[in-house]
Design a binder for this molecule. Structure first.
Ligand code: PHE
Length: 467
C-alpha cells in the first residue's frame, strides 16, 4: 500500500497500479448521469412498490429512507473514493488500497457472487417488462379489473416457455450490447431517456392521485404504522437501500474509477441518492393510489407493477400509447442497471482467471441462463420447490440484497474507517484540500467508521434471527 504523505495526489500513480490512467468522464454531469444509470432501474419502478406494499407502507418507507442516508450513501461515497484512487475494477482497486496480505479484495469477490444472483432474477423481471411491451403493442392489456389484469400476468409467469424465452431475450440483449462494445453508447442514450421516464411517472402519478378513492393509497404512503415492523422488515428495507443504490458489491468502485480528479464525490453521491429516491417515491405515487382506487391487493408483490399500471393507463386518454412508452422506458432504465450488474462478474472472471473479456461474458451469460432458469420457473413449474422456505427467485433476491450486499457494504465502511483512515479520506474527498467541504467529510467519516458498520451488523443479526 502507498504511504500517506502530505500533498500526495489523490489517485494512485500509474507506476503503483501498473495501469494506464483510465479515460475519465469528460464532465461532472456525465459522472452523475452514468452513476444514476446504474442506480435507477427496476428497483425503483418494480421492487420499491412491491416491497412497500408487502411491508405495510409508510413505516417501511421511513426505515428505507433512513437506511439510504445512514448506510447506502456512506457506502457509495466509500466505493467512489476507493475506485477513483485506485482506478481499477472493484477487486483490483481493493488490492491496490489494502495493506499487504490483507484480503479486502474478498469484498469484490463476494460482490461478483451477489451480482450474479441479482442478475439471475433481475433478468427475469426484465423479461416480463419486454413481454409487456409486446403485449401492449399487439393488443390491449388496458383494464381496471383486478381479475383480468391478474390473469394476464399469471398467464405469462406460469408458462415455462414464455418465462424462459423472455429471460433469455433479456440476457441476449445485454450480451449483445456488451459484445458490440456499445455499452457506453447505450448509457448515453439511457441518460437522455431517463428524464422522459421521470416526466411520464409524474403524469401517471397525477392520474393515479386524481382517481376516485385514491385517498387510501395516499394514507398508505404517508401514515406510518410501526406495529408491523419486525427485524425482518428492517433488514428488507436496508437490503433495498443497498440494491437501489447499486452498492455493497463493487459496482460503484468501478464507476468511481472513471471519476475526474476534481469531481466532488460526496456531493455527487448525495445527488444520485436524492434523484434515485425521487424516482422511487414517484413510482409509489403512481402506483398506490391506483391500487386502492381499483381494489387491487397491496400485498401482490412482484405482480403489483404489472397489474396496476395497465389500470391507470386504462383510465387515461391515449393510454394505449402511453402504456407502450411506459414499458419501453422501464426497459431502458433496466438496461442501464443490467449493464452495470453484468460487468461485475465479467470483470471478476477476466481479472481473476485472466480470461479474455469475450469468453468471460459468454461464460457469465451461459451460467446466468442456467442459474436464472429456476428463478424464471419460480412462479410456475417450480413454485412449490423451496429452499429455506423460499422459491429460487426469492432466494436469489434475499441472499443478495439481504445478506451479501449488506455484508459487503459493512466491510467497505470498516475498511475506510479503520484501515484507510481519516487522513487519506480527507485528502481524497476534499480533492487535496481544494474543495470547501471539510464539515461534510468529517461527518461522513464518523458515520462511515462507527454508525454504518454498527447499524448493518445489528440489523443483520436481528433480521436473520441470530440475536
Ligand atoms: N440499482 C439497480 C436498480 O434499482 C439494481 C442494481 C443493483 C444495479 C446492484 C447494480 C448493482 O434497478
Amino acid at each position: 500500500m502507498e504511504q500517506a504523505t502530505k500533498g500526495r495526489p489523490i489517485v494512485a500513480s500509474e507506476a503503483a497500479t501498473g495501469l494506464k490512467r483510465r479515460d475519465a468522464f469528460a464532465t461532472g454531469l456525465g459522472v452523475l448521469a452514468a452513476t444514476l444509470g446504474s442506480a435507477v432501474g427496476l428497483g425503483n419502478i418494480w421492487k420499491f412498490p412491491a416491497m412497500t406494499g408487502q411491508n405495510g407502507g409508510a413505516a417501511f418507507i421511513i426505515i428505507y429512507l433512513l437506511s439510504t442516508i445512514l448506510v447506502g450513501l456512506p457506502v457509495m461515497i466509500s466505493e467512489h473514493m476507493i475506485g477513483r484512487y485506485a482506478r481499477k475494477d472493484a477487486i483490483n482497486s481493493l488490492r491496490v488500497v489494502a495493506p499487504k496480505g490483507q484480503p479486502w479484495w474478498l469484498i469484490g469477490a463476494a460482490g461478483g457472487v451477489a451480482a450474479f444472483l441479482i442478475m439471475a432474477f433481475y433478468s427475469e423481471v426484465v423479461g416480463w417488462v419486454f413481454a409487456y411491451i409486446a403485449k401492449s403493442v399487439s393488443g390491449s392489456i388496458l383494464s381496471t379489473d383486478p381479475a383480468t389484469n391478474g390473469a394476464v400476468f399469471t398467464d405469462l409467469v406460469s408458462s415455462p416457455t414464455q418465462s424462459l424465452l423472455w429471460q433469455w431475450l433479456a440476457l441476449v440483449w445485454v450480451g449483445a450490447i456488451l459484445i458490440m462494445g456499445v455499452a457506453k453508447g447505450i448509457e448515453r442514450a439511457t441518460k437522455r431517456l431517463l428524464p422522459l421516464l421521470f416526466v411520464l411517472l409524474i403524469i401517471v402519478a397525477v392520474r393515479s392521485l386524481t382517481l376516485d378513492g385514491a385517498g387510501d393509497g395516499v394514507s398508505f404512503l404517508l401514515k406510518p404504522d410501526f406495529s408491523k415492523v419486525t427485524g425482518a422488515v428492517v433488514l428488507a428495507a436496508m437490503g433495498l437501500a443497498f440494491f437501489k443504490l447499486s452498492v455493497g458489491m463493487g459496482t460503484m468502485i468501478t464507476y468511481g474509477s472513471y471519476f475526474r480528479e476534481d469531481q466532488d464525490i460526496p456531493m455527487t453521491a448525495t445527488r444520485v441518492m436524492l434523484a434515485d429516491l425521487t424516482v422511487s417515491l414517484l413510482a409509489g405515487l403512481a402506483i398506490f393510489p391506483a391500487v386502492f382506487a381499483f381494489g387491487f391487493d397491496v400485498q401482490s408483490g412482484p405482480s403489483l407493477l404489472f397489474i396496476t399500471i395497465p389500470a391507470v393507463f386504462a383510465s387515461m386518454p391515449g393510454g394505449e400509447i402511453f402504456v407502450v412508452i411506459f414499458f419501453v422506458l422501464t426497459a431502458v432504465a433496466a438496461t442501464g442497471a443490467m449493464i452495470s450488474i453484468v460487468e461485475v462478474p465479467v470483470a471478476f472472471l477476466s481479472e481473476q482467471f485472466r480470461m479474455p473479456r469475450k469468453y468471460a461474458l459468454a461464460l457469465t451469460l451461459v451460467l446466468l441462463a442456467l442459474a436464472g432458469a429456476p428463478a424464471a420457473l419460480s412462479q410456475g413449474e417450480l413454485a412449490d420447490v423451496k429452499i429455506a422456505g423460499k422459491t429460487f427467485f426469492d432466494l436469489y433476491d434475499y441472499a443478495s440484497s439481504n445478506i451479501l450486499l449488506p455484508v459487503g457494504g459493512m466491510f467497505m465502511c470498516i475498511f475506510v474507517g479503520w484501515v484507510w483512515g481519516f487522513e487519506r479520506t480527507k485528502r481524497a474527498l476534499t480533492n487535496n484540500g481544494t474543495l470547501n467541504n471539510s464539515a461534510a467529510v468529517n461527518l461522513f467519516f464518523i458515520i462511515c467508521k462507527y454508525v454504518t458498520p454498527l447499524l448493518v451488523l445489528v440489523v443483520l443479526l436481528d433480521g436473520l434471527n441470530i440475536i
